[in-house]
Design a protein around this ligand. Structure first.
Ligand code: F6R
Length: 628
């Protein structure tokens, strides 16, 4: 979950490339950072605990230049977030940055100590630098030393290494956490994520697991872990570097909340015919390589997609956190619209519970980053068990995207705020399209119903625009709301997962106690929590469960709970029984979750801001969870 950047070339100061890259990667970890730059075989290293800003401040008084360098922003796994544990780690002229976990680090550490090594940090990462340094004593070659070290370490890791005796080389290896090579003109880069390098290049090679890269002068060579040269195709991205800037918003999260109407429109755009009001999933590419999807014949691809979706008799949706709540909404959509049974599972449970996956199952994963370790393990397990897999990712070419048989995209653009917002609503949009497509393919819904669902979906972006007005409302209300001791979020049906998502947002951003519950479950325990210091956030849109939600609300109110109700239109009843009433535009039941998510995001954002917390980088978290 750390961020890595490496640079080799003569046209830029590595320090500038690394710091600007690390800024884009800070979402991956932000408890310490460091940089090492080599100049004519002499390395200078600067490290600092705390956010990247602390490192930048230190660098103001340091002269640091050269032609090759590596940098790192850390999310601590082994060892506290102190300066001595910050990367790069250095051992006898080797400098190394590492993302991931070395599982056999205890044995390695004991063996190194028995050999008389001086270990200066509590990290597993430093041990890898020792192993490489030991190999280099005999091989005198950085690439070979890395290759020989790989069979001694176990876990999930990406590393980038440089050595003072080879001042024109960088060697990188990936087994687990993502790593990309950026190709420039007479200069090359490596990084955990393309966002770090968009400012310098749009041409990337995505590394697969157990591949080693050798940047040697201007040459880039890629090998398998056992030394076979590989030919890998570069991918040209059309992302605009502007997309990863704040563009005047106070935080990335706020910018991303505001981007939702556009993101949702982009998510449905490939699949929806706006004249016929029909859905046809585009370039799902079942069985095709991700980087060939653009070359697919859409008609042939649609035939294949229909064949797959007709042949299944159940769906498993596997994901973590916010993505799993999107999956829960997907269950309601797919079961209601397409009548296919759906099971939703948290990836960290699915992967270890030896799940029964009957033949004719489709296993679908949802992951914004496409790198979440548990979700990746889950898709691999599903494939081992013979299932057909489909991924919904935001980051194209991410590991999960590449490993799935079929591919759907959120199309949200880069999401930088650690708390997911636009990727969530974009996923709900894709799930709407998928549910309608399956419903049609299996003749469960008529042309007329399809049209109704599609029209509802097309109206979502403009309805979401309206709901964004709650930004100002919560800016003011946050000062009062922060007095509550805790928050219970309640919803029924398709609004239940939104209650879970609302509670998660509040916990992770405002560090307040919050729980999401199915409203009907209240009387089975949680009602006991309610008193006048407990806020009840009730999602009660005017759908077929509305009357039931009102009864639950009355039960909570009778026990002193202070109600924040979110309902449809100018609802006098809800207004009368709640302390705060937030009205949403009248929408189709399939679209209500998209609308409900926005005030909950804004409420968490403003509560956290008014409490003085860093909303883009909440404590203890990271955006891309590449460790289990
Ligand atoms: C919460 C949040 C996380 C992620 C989870 C899965 O706001 O963002 O709960 O949803 O870590 O991440 P992805 O979707 O990248 O697999």
């Amino acid at each position: 979950m750390c961020g890595i950047v490496g640079y080799l070339g003569n046209s830029k100061n590595p320090k500038d490339v690394i710091i600007s890259g690390l800024k884009k990667l800070e979402y991956r970890g932000y408890d310490s950072a460091g940089i090492a730059v080599m100049n004519e075989g002499k390395t200078k290293r600067v490290r600092a605990s705390g956010k990247l800003k602390a490192l930048e401040d230190k660098l103001l008084t340091e002269k640091i230049d050269g032609n090759v360098g590596i940098g790192h922003t850390r999310w601590a796994t082994h060892g506290a977030p102190t300066e001595r544990n910050a990367h790069p780690h250095q051992v006898r002229g080797i400098s190394l940055v590492h993302n991931g976990i070395i599982e056999n680090y205890v044995e390695i550490r004991e063996a190194l100590l028995a050999d008389g090594a001086t270990i200066t940090s509590d990290t597993d990462s430093e041990l890898v630098a020792h192993l490489i340094a030991n190999e280099i004593d005999s091989t005198k070659d950085l690439y070979k030393a890395v290759e020989k070290t790989l069979c001694k370490i176990r876990g999930a890791f990406s590393i980038v290494v440089m050595w003072e005796q080879n001042p024109n080389q960088l060697v990188a290896f990936k087994d687990g956490p993502p790593l990309v090579v950026g190709l420039g003109s007479e200069e090359n880069f490596v990084a955990s994520d393309v966002q770090a390098l968009l400012q310098y290049t749009r041409k990337f090679i995505y590394l697969d697991d157990r591949e080693i890269v050798l940047l040697n002068g201007q040459d880039v060579s890629i090998f398998s872990a056992n030394g076979y040269p590989l030919q890998k195709k570069a991918v040209e991205l059309n992302w605009d570097p502007q997309m990863v800037e704040k563009q005047g918003y106070a935080h990335f999260m706020l910018k991303e909340i505001y981007e939702q109407p556009r993101a949702v429109a982009a998510a449905m755009e490939p699949h929806v015919n706006t004249e016929k009001f029909s859905v046809r999933l585009k370039n799902v590419g079942f069985g095709s390589l991700v980087n060939k999807l653009e070359d697919l014949d859409p008609a042939q691809d649609w035939i294949k997609t229909q064949e797959v979706l007709k042949g299944i008799d159940r769906i498993f949706i596997i994901a973590c956190g916010t993505s799993s709540y999107a999956g829960m909404v997907g269950k309601y959509l797919i079961e209601n619209i397409a009548h296919v049974p759906v099971e939703v599972d948290i990836a960290s449970e699915f992967r270890y519970r030896n799940p029964v996956i009957p033949p004719k199952s489709l296993v679908m994963t949802i992951s914004q980053s496409g790198e979440t370790a548990d979700t990746l393990a889950a898709i691999r397990l599903a494939k081992e068990k013979g299932a057909t897999t489909l991924s919904i990712c935001n980051v194209r070419n991410s590991t999960i995207d590449r490993e799935a048989h079929g591919h759907l995209y959120m199309n949200s653009g880069p999401e930088i705020g650690v708390a997911s917002t636009k990727a969530f609503t974009s996923t709900l949009t894709v799930l709407n399209c998928l549910a309608v497509a399956i419903g049609r393919i299996r003749d469960v819904i008529s042309d007329k119903q399809e049209k109704e669902f599609v029209q509802a979906l097309l109206s979502a972006p403009s309805q979401m625009e309206v709901v964004l007005a709650y930004d100002k409302y919560f800016d003011q209300a946050a000062h009062t709301l922060k007095q509550f001791r805790g928050f219970l979020y309640l919803g029924r049906g398709v609004s239940f997962p939104i209650a879970m998502e609302g509670a998660l947002k509040l916990k992770e951003l405002a560090y307040m106690h919050a729980e999401g519950y199915a409203a009907g479950e209240m009387k089975h325990g949680p009602l006991a929590l309610i008193d006048e210091r407990m806020a009840i956030v009730m999602l009660a849109p005017s759908d077929e469960l509305y009357e039931k939600s009102i009864s639950n609300l009355e039960e909570a109110r009778a026990r002193g709970g202070q109600v924040i109700a979110i309902g449809t239109g100018d609802n006098d009843k809800l207004k009368a029984i709640s302390k705060y009433y937030l009205s949403l535009p009248k929408a189709h039941w399939t679209i209500n979750p998209l609308l409900e998510a926005i005030p909950l995001q804004l409420m968490s954002y403003h509560l956290a801001s008014s409490l003085g917390y860093d909303v883009d980088q909440p404590r203890n978290l990271a955006k891309s969870v590449t460790v289990e």
